[in-house]
Design a protein around this ligand. Structure first.
Ligand code: HEC
Length: 437
């Protein structure tokens, strides 16, 4: 209500964040897991006195540094841009609650980047022991950055006691923080294994290739065995409504995604155990690519579900997805929604501006989840509904579908929204009234 609202056409703001975030999450977890893979594999090379393994780690380093530093940094900044634009009030809350955590996070990033560059340029220049230490420093900083961001991410689904105490400690060490950290660490290790499988499959000669493929597969098998434990632990601490949404079937797409990501995780595990570990000879690069593609899809789907199960909230129990706080609802109903919105050109419903104000209320109150005609488009959802039906639905949106916040506003405002919705439920061009504003 206090910030302008950026309406993203066709895909919606949430999807916009999702697209950037999924790429980022994939790369960022790899940055952590890879940070463990490099020094451990380097150590393996020294222990087995095998310069060929050392050579492999060296080549792996350039790819690793380029991918994580460049893509990680660009998509990381990209997330700040998109969440800041799509959801200024929630971004503001996260900044205010976690100021010192963010500050520490940036120190970790700085250490990470510096260590990665020294590690890369230090090959053959630094004594092996020092070089290995730099690798460990990189991993420590990378894992700590995961530790910090994980506390902030989990806060959004389970703010726990923070809702009463408003203490940073309760916000950070919230109910899903530990299980999620456990799961994310496993995912990071598995992703390192996936990238290692990809690079290991192109190594020559054959005996080294087999050795490295087998080594890489271990990085998938161990997390694969522990992951179900993490999942059960996580679910035990997630809110009931979130579990119902994910597993209950009320939101079919979500349940399908959950099932698919479980199935694909099993497939990845089967490929790495039965394929790479048992028969490294026949495990070829296309197989590695397939595993990587499956992992990317699984990451995408699980992150999407993790975001979606928070509905109707952006910060659970504290702020709805459309930036309204539950405690503000009764006040806004009385004073009026548009009158209280600071960034609108039509602050009041009059008898001749129903369509214009209706469209504006939709933009400010519904467009954080709905587009007009694209992703979760309102037009197909209400196709054929008449004004009376729509008005009745508006009076109990939060009961109609539990993952929607209640409609907030005066009776006039509700009527205006109903009129505009009824119009687009049949109109040829739903954006008719956008362009005139
Ligand atoms: C927190 C996100 C969110 C917000 C905010 C939101 N909705 Fe929804 N809404 C959804 C989702 C998700 C669906 C289900 C879509 C589906 O079934 O495919 C939905 C479905 C609907 C439906 C169809 C219900 C049915 O049972 O068929 C209507 C009507 C609707 N929304 C209207 C609105 C209006 C009007 C607003 C703004 C006042 C709004 N929504 C705000 C998420 C939201």
């Amino acid at each position: 209500m206090n910030y302008p609202f950026w309406e993203v056409p066709f895909i919606g703001g949430g999807m916009m964040i999702g697209i950037v975030a999924i790429v980022h999450v994939f790369v960022a977890h790899f940055a952590v897991g890879g940070g463990l893979f490099l020094p451990l594999t380097e150590r393996k090379a020294y222990r087995e006195n095998d310069p060929r393994i050392l050579d492999y780690v060296k080549r792996h380093t350039l790819f690793f540094v380029l991918l994580t530093l460049v893509t990680g940094a660009i998509t990381g900044v990209g997330i700040w841009w998109t969440i800041g634009l799509v959801h200024p009030p929630a971004t503001r809350t996260l900044l205010l609650v976690f100021v010192w955590v963010w500050a520490t996070e940036w120190v970790m990033f700085f250490t990470e980047i510096a260590a990665a560059l020294i590690y890369y340029y230090g090959w053959d220049k630094l004594p092996p022991k020092t070089h290995l230490t730099v690798g460990w420093i990189y991993f420590a900083a990378a894992w700590l950055s995961l530790f910090l961001i994980n506390g902030i991410l989990t806060f959004m689904l389970t703010p726990g006691q923070w809702l009463q105490t408003r203490s940073l400690f309760h916000a950070f060490f919230n109910p899903t923080m530990l299980p999620s950290l456990f799961l994310r660490t496993l995912i990071a290790v598995a992703l390192a294994g996936i990238f290692a499988l990809f690079t290991a499959t192109q190594v020559q000669p054959e005996d080294l290739r087999e050795k490295l493929v087998r080594w890489a597969s271990k990085w998938l098998i161990v997390p694969g065995l522990l992951m179900p434990l993490g999942l059960v632990w996580y679910l035990a601490n997630a809110p009931e409504s979130a579990k119902r949404l994910a597993l209950g079937g009320a939101a079919p797409v979500m349940t399908v995604f959950v099932t698919l990501s479980l199935l694909m995780s099993v497939l990845i595990f089967a490929f790495s155990y039965l394929g790479a570990s048992r028969f490294p000879k026949t495990f070829s690069q296309p197989f590695a690519l397939l595993v990587m593609a499956l992992a990317f899809l699984t990451t995408g789907m699980t992150e999407w579900v993790r975001e979606a199960i928070r509905k109707p909230f952006v910060i659970y129990g504290y702020m709805f997805s459309n930036s309204i706080k539950p405690e503000e609802v009764s006040d806004l109903k009385r004073k009026g929604f548009l009158t209280s919105a600071k960034w609108t050109t039509v602050p009041k419903v009059t008898h001749d501006n129903f369509l214009e104000t209706g469209r504006e209320i939709f933009r400010l109150q519904c467009a954080s989840c709905h587009t007009v005609e694209g992703y979760n488009g309102i037009k197909p959802l209400i196709y054929g509904w008449d004004e009376k039906m729509i008005d009745q639905a508006l009076q109990r949106l939060h009961r109609l579908r539990g993952f929607m916040p209640p409609f907030v506003g005066t009776e006039d405002e509700r009527k205006a929204l109903a009129k505009w919705l009824a119009k687009i439920a049949i109109a040829e061009n739903a954006n008719l009234y956008v362009n005139q504003r």
